[in-house]
Design a protein around this ligand. Structure first.
Ligand code: CP
Length: 324
């Protein structure tokens, strides 16, 4: 899976269902699902959440993992992505999780190896597993209710009536792109919010369910969830931003949240830069789902690995499918 568009709505639903079933499965039975299968994690950019949760997910399913990072591997000596992929395949890798600084790199790796590639973030293109874990986080909150237990909510796939503001460095954010491509398909409205330097004017149609609002306070007031983004200093390439001005207009801080979105859920894919796009008070406050997002990442990544490697489905998925 390289893009969220690789999954149909039915497949998204079955990934969510699989995530819940695997999460609740007896750990010893779960270990048999990918026992001794070989998963390579190939990381050209730093990562804490994606790398660790994919590794924990693979190990929870019994797979053997190998981590190759651009520092301390032969990539440092100039070995290409193609040759690195061919080498990993020769070593028995059956699936590669790739994080790369270039948009589209997973397509090259897929073509070179013929292996299933799970995109762990490619340049400014996409970060599909992040969008799926964000979706699971949102569903867990918006579908809870008296007639709707939290457990079943995680397998329902509609965000009808929910508006999600995505705020900050949209231009460089693969998380923003994947979420903007995914959430409207589930019925959500997406409001993109940021200054022109980080959210350029676009002449083309943004796509169904997506609008732009420059005024953060207005975007907050219209939204039930707000997803803050880090300014990606590593991708700004000479672009100068007045950070004090930025904080004044776009920082998620307590007075602003209290005034415009006291009940909104607060998400952030991480890493967060405290005091810039978000204050500690908000990041650690009652509206914040940041740690919850990270937790959902392991379940979603188990489901994606199981799907990529054709793991047998837990009983209740098999039963549900045969009942259709
Ligand atoms: N959200 C995210 O991709 O975090 P990492 O860079 O730590 O993996």
């Amino acid at each position: 899976m390289i893009s969220v568009l690789d999954l149909s709505l039915d497949e998204i639903s079955s990934v969510l269902q699989m995530a819940t079933l695997l999460e609740n499965e007896d750990p010893l039975l779960r270990m048999k699902r990918l026992l001794k299968r070989r998963v390579a994690l190939l990381f050209y950019e730093s990562s804490t959440r994606t790398r660790t949760s994919f590794e924990l997910a693979a190990k929870s399913l019994g797979a053997d993992t190998a981590l190759i990072s651009s520092q301390s591997s032969s990539i440092e000596k100039g070995e290409s992505l193609k040759d690195t992929g061919i080498t990993l395949k020769a070593l028995g890798a059956e699936c590669i999780i790739l994080r790369h600084l270039s948009s589209g790199a997973p397509y090259l790796l897929e073509a070179a190896t013929g292996l299933p590639i799970l995109n762990g973030g490619d340049g400014t293109h996409e970060h599909p597993s992040q969008a799926l874990l964000d979706l699971r986080t949102l569903l867990a909150h918006f579908k809870k209710g008296p007639s709707n237990s939290g457990q079943s909510a995680l397998t329902e796939t509609t965000l009808d009536g929910v508006t999600v503001a995505i705020v900050g460095d949209i231009l460089h954010s693969r998380v923003a792109r994947s979420n903007a491509l995914l959430l409207p398909r589930l019925g959500a409205q997406v409001v993109l919010c940021g200054p022109p330097a980080l959210l350029p004017e676009v002449a083309a149609n943004l796509g169904p369910g997506i609008t732009i609002e420059r005024d953060f306070d207005k975007a907050l007031a219209a939204s039930q969830a707000v997803m803050m983004l880090r300014i990606q200093a590593e991708r700004l390439s000479g672009l100068h931003l007045d950070l004090e001005d930025y904080k004044g207009r776009y920082q998620a801080n307590q007075p602003r949240m209290a005034a415009f979105a006291p009940n909104a859920l607060l998400l952030h894919p991480g890493p967060i830069i405290r005091g810039l796009e978000i204050t500690s008070e908000v990041a650690d406050g009652p509206q914040s789902l940041i740690a919850e997002q990270v937790r959902h990442g392991v379940a979603i990544r188990m489901a994606l690995l199981a799907r990529a490697l054709g793991a047998s489905a837990p009983e209740s998925i098999t039963n549900a499918a045969s009942a259709k």
